[in-house]
Design a protein around this ligand. Structure first.
Ligand SMILES: *Cc1c(COP(=O)(O)O)cnc(C)c1O
Length: 274
């Protein structure tokens, strides 16, 4: 390189955070005797600024998760446009694909706009929501991939179908023509106790194995979405194929995981021109 002054590539904190997360995922996979490529990192954007989302795409991460339907559709519109522009004219690394994951509680009246942009819904937990998804997906002539969210930590405040009802609901989903069940999602209780988190993940994997034994979902049944910033390592040890990480990448606090569907101040932030 012909630069006169030696230039040290300036690395952002997001790039450093991503390196660390990727290293820790690789180490957890090694410990579990699994291939690193078996685990997909989903960058959870709920506390990320738009420029951070663009940056992480340029760092090669193309799976993005949002927990609020309205923000998901707004962001997808902005970010998809950026992605396609980069694909056409950009240089350097760009995530090879861009996929949006709906990870939060989905209200039935938000199903229609969400379906326009989302690749996978992680948070299906009632028959009524499934029926609405089936109806709206039929109108779009598509089969929507879903994960059944299981309340495996059995906290009363958590969403998700009860452990004892999961198999039956999964069977019902499996009979819907425009819904394809591809696995399970769970959230462990917020705690520093890795054993407690691990028990939640074990229980979820057991339900998954039971579903497999009953051939629910057929060959499509292959995903366990479990593990967040503070518990993705035990989740990988128990077979997670998708980890959903926000705070470790983008900063912020991990305290509140069950969001209201729409947060006004964040929406206002998003409306600012970027
Ligand atoms: C916010 C959120 C995450 C990410 O949590 P972090 O602790 O910030 O990594 C993962 N999954 C769901 C469902 C969330 O709402």
């Amino acid at each position: 390189m012909g630069d006169k002054e030696p230039r040290v590539a300036k690395r952002s904190s997001l790039a450093d955070n991503l390196d660390e997360v990727r290293d820790r995922i690789a180490a957890a996979c090694a410990k579990a005797n699994r291939q690193t490529r078996e685990v997909t990192l989903i960058a959870v954007t709920k506390n990320a600024a738009p420029e951070q989302i663009r940056e992480i795409l340029l760092l090669g991460v193309g799976d993005l998760g949002e927990s609020r339907a309205q923000i998901l559709t707004q962001r997808a519109a902005q970010i998809n446009e950026f992605y396609h522009r980069q694909q056409a004219h950009g240089e350097g690394i760009l995530a090879p694909r861009l996929r949006w994951h709906m990870i939060g509680h989905l209200q039935r009246n938000k199903v229609k706009p969400t379906l326009q942009v989302v690749d996978l819904i992680h948070s299906l937990d009632t028959l009524r929501l499934a029926e609405e998804l089936d109806t709206q997906a039929a109108k779009l002539n598509r089969k929507i991939h879903v994960l059944l969210q299981v309340n495996a930590s059995e906290e009363t405040t958590k969403s998700g179908v009860a452990v004892g009802a999961a198999l039956h609901l999964a069977e019902q989903l499996d009979s819907m023509p425009n819904v394809q069940i591809v696995g399970l999602m769970t959230m462990a209780a917020y705690t520093d106790n890795a054993d407690q988190a691990r028990r939640t993940f074990v229980r979820t994997r057991e339900i998954f194995e039971e579903m497999r034994w009953h051939k629910i979902g057929g060959s499509h049944l292959r995903h366990l979405s479990m593990g967040m910033s503070n518990d993705f390592e035990p989740a990988i040890l128990e077979g997670a194929t998708m980890v959903r990480i926000g705070t470790l990448l983008f900063g912020g606090t991990t305290a509140d995981h069950e969001d209201p569907d729409d947060t006004p101040d964040l929406e206002a932030r998003l409306r600012k021109p970027t």
